[in-house]
Design a protein around this ligand. Structure first.
Ligand SMILES: [Zn+2]
Length: 470
């Protein structure tokens, strides 16, 4: 990307450096409010926490002379003034995921700074980035930078549980000409793959042999590759089962434990969990279990073997399922077999979550349901479209140019398998605030944000807003 002149760089840098302490005080106030979604109350569609976090955030913004509105505790808006039209919209969110266990640096809702990092639930996802955007408006106001066109920061209260906050918002207004959301990674995400879901049902034939599958349970969430898989099998000699399992471990890397209980053997497999959009990071315990079941001796397991033929362990991109595809912009399709349950009556239920390249549509995916039908199963499919914005748009060019100036790193577009806050917004992109190769422990214990990363993001937002709206 060619060098560009970024106006106001020294003043903006000075402003953020001078207000570092104040920024962290404000952020600590936001982190102190547990804003995970709870039961709705009168006037609070997501419960008390998100509403309190929204009120506190709008109070902070209003304290700096910014214009704010609370839209019935679904979202809040923050602007330089009260004009309705805006060219640019910045979407961030104030709700958080549950705090979980095993925090070591601080309590989840007591922000603590250690070695240039602030720890606490929401520091990275997404209160820190939200405050950086608010401080960008504050900097524009206090530095007297004038804009011809409007800009709005929207702070939502339900990103983590399905983004119904934005659904509400779009019933009241339409998207701006340009939108970005600092709720992901740098440099910039312009492509979010499509999603292809398959729910599989089948009834296994009555088992007539000595060896019987009593029950199977693998996975609980459709979008998570499971680390754990359990099964109860009866009628098999312990030594025979042990031999099958040590072969399984050798072939898959999945650990196996065996517990005899009367005539039945309890089998527990341990793989590695991962997000199903990133299957190469995991080791799927469900497909390992399917491989074990398919190798049980006897005539009774033919239908299970057919399912295993379609989803062999280690085939994470749908080759055996007949739906492999890729393109330059998106990379390969991912196909993750994430849930497998068989009950005592032989009812089998499984869930597959696939993330599809922009070049693939329904006809390219048709072979998988056909194969499942041929194997004796029913397949219920759902498809949601990918999201793609051309890298040549003025929004992307401007954001990446400013990114290069402020961070001194190459600005380029990246593709992901997950969906972000802008998935349904035409032309919308995800931009910041995490570094691509830094694990900020979002959603886990010890979530943190680097203070400099947040402050430089604020500087970058300030000059980019100026460039886009001047
Ligand atoms: Zn988020």
């Amino acid at each position: 990307m060619e060098q560009m002149i970024v106006d106001y760089m020294p003043q903006v840098k000075d402003f953020f450096e001078a207000h570092r302490a104040e920024f962290l005080e404000d952020l600590a106030k936001m982190i102190a409010i547990d804003s995970q979604r709870t039961e709705a109350k009168e006037g609070m569609p997501y419960g008390e926490g998100p509403a309190l976090a929204l009120a506190k955030t709008l109070e902070i913004a209003a304290g700096y002379g910014l214009y704010t509105e609370n839209w019935e505790n679904y979202v809040g808006i923050i602007q330089l003034d009260d004009r309705k039209e805006r060219k640019l919209e910045i979407l961030a969110h104030l709700d958080v995921v549950p705090e979980g266990k095993d925090w070591t640096v601080t309590e989840p809702f007591v922000m603590r700074e250690v070695d240039g990092k602030v720890y606490g639930r929401g520091t990275a996802d997404d209160k820190g980035p939200a405050l950086a955007a608010i401080y960008a408006l504050r900097a524009i106001k206090e530095l007297g930078i004038s804009l011809q066109q409007g800009v709005r920061v929207v702070v939502g209260c339900d990103e983590e549980c399905g983004s119904s906050d934005l659904d509400y918002y779009w019933t009241k207004t339409s998207p701006a000409e340009m939108t970005f959301s600092p709720d992901a990674d740098y440099p910039l995400i312009n492509l979010e793959k499509g999603r292809f879901g398959v729910k599989i049902n089948g009834t296994l034939p009555k088992q007539t042999g000595v060896i019987k599958i009593q029950s199977v349970q693998c996975g609980t969430k459709s979008n998570v590759i499971p680390a754990d898989a359990e099964a109860v099998v009866s009628g098999i000699e312990t030594e025979a089962a042990e031999a099958l399992l040590s072969q399984l471990t050798a072939e898959t890397g999945v650990e196996a434990k065996l517990l005899a209980e009367g005539d039945a053997l309890h089998i527990a497999l341990k793989g590695t969990a991962a997000h199903s959009a990133d299957p190469d990071a995991g080791n799927n315990a469900a497909t390992a279990m399917l491989q074990f079941l398919a190798k049980l001796p006897g005539e009774d397991f033919a239908m299970v073997q057919k399912l295993h033929d379609i989803f062999p362990h280690g085939d994470r991109h749908g080759k055996a399922a007949g739906i492999y595809g890729s393109d330059d912009e998106s990379g390969e399709i991912s196909v993750s077999f994430n849930i497998l349950n068989i009950d005592e009556a032989g009812n089998l239920f499984a869930v597959v979550d696939s993330r599809t390249p922009i070049s693939m549509g329904e006809p390219d995916l048709a072979l998988l349901p056909e194969k499942l039908k041929a194997a004796g199963y029913t397949a219920e499919t759902s498809i949601s479209a990918p999201h793609y914005v051309s890298p040549d748009t003025p929004l992307i060019k401007t954001l990446l140019a400013h990114y290069e100036e402020w961070f001194g790193e190459k600005g380029e577009c990246i593709a992901i398998g997950g969906g972000t806050y802008v998935h349904n917004i035409p032309g919308g992109v995800a931009f910041g605030c995490a570094k691509l190769n830094v694990d900020n422990k979002m959603h886990g214990p010890d979530e943190f944000a680097e203070v400099d990363q947040l402050l430089v993001s604020g500087m970058l937002f300030t000059t980019a807003i100026y460039d886009l709206c001047r």
